[in-house]
Design a protein around this ligand. Structure first.
Ligand code: NAI
Length: 370
């Protein structure tokens, strides 16, 4: 079978456009995908990864930028969907990496604020600080002077609020005491999430490819470790995928013994139809791009100057009430929560921006938190 070319991959895509550039010093393909700018300037992370073929990097950029459109629309934040993929040919040394980031910063400037970025898989806040040396279109460097900011604790807080909302919808009480929650993946998000759950009285089960990490977190929250081979068949009230994507599919969904799926991982469903499969099994699903938006939300609010941090946390906790509305619409219209979330986001996109003057990153700075 012949492999797809750039043109094959781009042909069905209905986004605004893609900036493609070859970075000759490192042999990197740069893909800046702007999917939609209805609500504001396209905004989404900078992913750096070695792909088998650069075409796979382009495919990722297109798919992820579309995901960002829905993520921002779900929050009703004045941003559009965008994503950059740096398809590197091999791991880069420090000097090469710095050079690439600076050249990418110059490329960002050429877009004049129509796209802004932040850290993502394979890039760090340090990379963002390098880009910030030459470009203002980067968030996550915390005012450029106060040091880097980690979104993960905010993501964990948002997921925690989402779990409570799902538990309330399913069991008519948000009380987590005695409820069992299984956190798969106890990294930067899963570990603080396990802590919040334990503090709220939940019985915490954890699993991680890194057995030592699983042990450490289980001990810290008086929880239990589940062996990786028993993840899907373990009985629990809530399964919280916080490791990798596509854990919900035709193979795992029939095995699940939970009432709710609500976790941080991106792209939890292997296909969109898996949302229906969960509904058919009576399992309540919290759409990933809604429940895991806390980090992006906090990043943005802090960048916009919202203080104190408790105000940012309160906004992140509002993910719970947003999910409640999605669950209610899903119940009322007999569609899956995924479809209800998509409908809500599409209504927001059709409505358009609340402030049409905010069309670039520069316009937004300092105005959004009024
Ligand atoms: P992380 O890399 O810090 O933690 C992931 C954990 O999962 C690690 O402890 C790793 O050992 C474990 N793991 C990896 N593969 C596994 C497997 N097959 N089975 C069990 N455990 C496995 O990542 P982080 O930042 O905690 O993110 C977790 C998920 O949440 C990812 O899917 C990420 O894309 C998503 N996410 C993270 C956000 C953030 O603010 N960090 C924001 C939105 C989504």
């Amino acid at each position: 079978m012949s492999e797809s070319t750039f043109l094959d991959i781009l042909e069905p895509w209905d986004g605004v456009g893609v900036l493609v550039r070859r970075d000759h010093p490192t042999g990197t393909w740069i893909f800046v995908a702007i999917h939609d700018d209805t609500l504001g300037p396209a905004t989404g992370g900078l992913r750096m990864k070695v792909y088998d073929r650069p075409e796979d990097g382009l495919r990722d950029a297109l798919r992820l930028s579309e995901g960002m459109t829905y993520k921002w629309a779900a929050m009703d934040f004045p941003f559009g969907g965008g994503k950059t993929v740096l398809a590197i040919p091999r791991p880069l040394d420090d000097d090469e990496r710095r050079g690439l980031m600076l050249r990418f910063g110059a490329l960002l400037n050429s877009l004049g604020g129509r796209y802004g970025t932040g850290a993502d898989l394979g890039t760090t806040t340090r990379d963002m600080q390098t880009i910030a040396e030459v470009s203002e279109y980067v968030i996550g460097v915390h005012g450029r002077s106060e040091g880097p900011m980690d979104p993960s604790p905010f993501t964990a807080l948002g997921v925690f609020a989402g779990i409570r909302a799902a538990v309330e919808h399913r069991f008519d009480s948000a009380d987590l005491s005695g409820r069992s929650v299984f956190v798969q993946g106890v990294g930067a998000v899963g570990a603080p999430l396990a802590g919040h759950l334990a503090d709220a009285g939940a019985r915490v089960l954890v699993s991680d490819a890194d057995a030592a990490a699983a042990d450490r977190v289980a001990r810290a929250c008086s929880g239990s470790v589940i062996a990786p081979g028993h993840v899907y068949s373990t009985e629990c009230d809530v399964y919280a995928p916080c490791a990798v994507g596509a854990t919900l599919n035709t193979r795992t969904i029939p095995e699940l013994r939970c009432s709710i799926v609500a976790g941080a991982a991106n792209n939890q469903l292997e296909t969109r139809e898996d949302a229906e499969r969960l509904s058919e099994r009576g399992i309540l699903y919290a759409p990933d791009y809604v429940i895991n938006g806390g980090g992006a939300m906090a990043f943005t609010l802090i960048y916009q100057g919202l203080e104190p941090i408790s105000a940012v946390e309160n906004r992140v906790l509002s993910i719970g009430s947003h999910l409640k509305r999605i669950f209610e619409e899903s119940a009322r219209t007999a569609c899956s929560p995924l479809e209800a979330a998509r409908s809500q986001a599409e209504r927001t996109l059709r409505r358009g921006p609340l402030d049409s003057e905010m069309s670039t990153f520069g316009d937004i700075q300092g105005r959004f938190t009024r």
